[in-house]
Design a protein around this ligand. Structure first.
Ligand SMILES: [Zn+2]
Length: 302
């Protein structure tokens, strides 16, 4: 990364801008969030993601479109680890397929687990579904942040918050109680059984929703002391209604794993200043699924 900061002006600028971002803490009911004012995120937060725009734009993750000074590290001949030019964290990477294939979870679960293990214990890998905050829904990618930079990672290991709903075949599942949005935590030390469980969960989930499409979800994945932990955040909506308002009422927030995880990014100063507990709580409830969903999915599994 240091090398890229020296040779890629956009990245130098991105990290210089990160230095001057502002963060404030907001206490919501039973949880806290950090809100970051980060103007560099405007292109991602404000991205137009309709099919036509996506088809017509040059994909910024495709190899042939990467800026000349941007270099990556090849991973297992299929993925490239790249520095994110608009960082939210002091170390923020994009892990992108070398092929232009759609953002899709089921076929990339094993690479998610393997990458997370290979980057452990210092990093968390996160996934934003194509309709759940990903700004390149047409190009398979994950992102990488420093471990525990996102508040939910700490809340997820607080045993007083947890309610166990599942334990079978070396895979455990629980939810966080009274958390203002639904967080399903899955843990296992057994890679194969975990993969099987995750595949089954996706099938049962589609079943509950009555769709063949990938369920909307954000996932944060970490690995410590032989244990994988996935925090799954089921989504109902890609963006909240306030995002689409005209004029002063508009709030430019496009929630993805980081935001729903409790680190809310606002590219506009006016939104940073007006953000309060009431607004955050209502956005979280609006864009995430209710807690009953997890119980329904687990019932389908039995
Ligand atoms: Zn692409």
């Amino acid at each position: 990364m240091e090398q890229q900061k020296l040779h890629w002006p956009q990245l130098t600028e991105g990290y210089a801008a990160l230095e001057s971002t502002r963060v404030r803490e907001i206490a919501c009911s039973n949880y806290s969030v950090s809100v970051q004012f980060n103007p560099k995120r405007i292109s991602s937060t404000g991205a137009d993601l309709d099919v036509k725009t996506i088809q017509e734009r040059k994909c910024f993750l495709c190899l042939e479109n990467l800026p000349e000074p941007q270099k990556g590290i090849l991973y297992r001949d299929e993925f490239l680890l790249l520095c994110n030019p608009a960082p939210i964290f002091p170390r923020h990477f994009t892990f992108s397929s070398i092929y232009h294939i759609p953002q899709e979870l089921e076929s990339s679960l094993s690479v998610l687990l393997d990458l997370t293990k290979d980057l452990s214990p210092d990093y968390t890998v996160f996934y934003n579904g194509p309709k759940s905050g990903a700004s390149a829904p047409d190009h398979l990618h994950f992102q990488v942040s420093p471990r525990r930079a996102i508040p939910i990672e700490c809340d997820a290991v607080d045993m007083r918050r947890r309610k166990r709903l599942y334990y079978q075949d070396h895979v455990a599942g629980c939810v966080l109680m009274d958390y203002g949005r639904t967080a399903f935590i899955v843990e296992s030390t057994d890679r194969l059984r975990l993969l099987k469980f995750l595949e089954n969960i996706l099938e049962a989930w589609k079943n509950v929703l009555g769709t063949s499409e990938e369920p909307k979800v954000n996932i944060l994945c970490s690995y410590q002391e032989d244990l994988w932990r996935l925090i799954m955040l089921p989504r109902r909506k890609h963006r909240p209604d306030v995002y689409f308002l005209k004029g002063d009422g508009r709030v430019l927030i496009s929630p993805a794993a980081v935001d729903i995880g409790g680190f809310v990014v606002t590219p506009l100063e006016k939104d940073f200043l007006r953000m309060d507990a009431k607004l955050i709580e209502s956005i979280f409830v609006e864009v995430t699924e209710p807690p009953e969903l997890i119980e329904k999915i687990l019932e389908k599994l039995q």
